[in-house]
Design a protein around this ligand. Structure first.
Ligand SMILES: [Zn+2]
Ligand SMILES: [Zn+2]
Length: 266
């Protein structure tokens, strides 16, 4: 089976006034500060490159008053990868921080759960609370790509490439999918927002942005069943990823496939 290199690229972070209440439902220390990181991920094997999620651009950053460190195209420069080089883009879900750069990768085929497209274009978006993490322009970009024949839909589990599969978790967003990748260390799982932080997963603490709490809780078990080892489950937004995994290729890029460089505290 094909083995892949896996990189986490941090493109933004957000701290004060963010608190633990923004990360965990029913947390005892709800008013304590809690910083969040924002990542995109890159998979490489031989001459193949697959991008997992697309970050968001400066326009979105201004609209949400959530600045970014680098825009999605800039973030890939250290790999020598230009925006036209991306042919396959796995979209874990359509929230603004994962789908906000889709328009920057015009050649990319989008790999998406059918349930996510239905959710983002359907009646649930009449509710402000459910609509909040989506931006209409990003969803429209996915629809445009569909009409130009560049969306591959999955319903549940699906194979994207040899050694790369997607698995519908739901919970946080209706069609949220995690990505399972074969590496030299075994099966690695990019949880994306199926677990924002290690603490969501290991303490079974749900994240407050949720459409189906039961699916979110069941998803934690699914992540564990998909990975060869607990240390190979990578949460979607945790600053600790930068502590556990070595920096490689460039600033704020972390290599995941060789496993953590120090023991992960659970
Ligand atoms: Zn999300
Ligand atoms: Zn997110």
């Amino acid at each position: 089976m094909t083995e892949w290199e896996v990189y986490a690229i941090k493109y933004a972070e957000r701290g004060n006034p963010r608190t633990r209440a923004d990360s965990f439902i029913f947390d005892d220390n709800h008013d304590q500060p809690h910083t969040i990181d924002y990542f995109m991920w890159l998979l490489r094997s031989g001459d193949r490159t697959i991008l997992v999620d697309s970050g968001y651009d400066n326009e979105e950053a201004a609209a949400r008053a959530r600045p970014i460190r680098v825009d999605p195209v800039e973030a890939l420069k250290p790999f020598g990868v230009g925006p036209d080089d991306i042919d396959d883009l796995i979209v874990t879900h359509l929230h603004y921080d994962h789908a906000g750069g889709l328009h920057l990768f015009p050649n990319a085929k989008l790999h998406l759960q059918a349930a996510e497209m239905a959710y983002a274009t359907g009646p649930c978006m009449c509710h402000e609370t459910l609509k909040m993490p989506f931006t209409a322009g990003h969803v429209c970009e996915a629809v445009k790509r569909l009409y130009s024949g560049k969306v591959v839909f999955y319903e549940g589990d699906g194979l994207v490439a040899d050694g790369v599969s997607v698995h519908c978790i739901g919970g946080h967003s209706r069609g949220l999918q995690s990505v399972r990748v074969m590496t030299s260390s075994g099966w690695l799982v990019l949880a994306s927002d199926a677990s924002h932080f290690y603490e969501n997963l290991w303490a079974r603490k749900p994240f407050p942005i949720v459409v189906d709490l039961e699916d979110m809780l069941k998803g934690f078990d699914t992540l564990q069943s998909l990975a060869s080892a607990p240390a190979l489950i990578i949460p979607g937004h945790d600053p600790l990823v930068r502590e556990y995994f070595p920096e490689a290729v460039g600033t704020d890029i972390y290599r995941l496939d060789k496993g953590p460089q120090k023991e992960i505290v659970r």
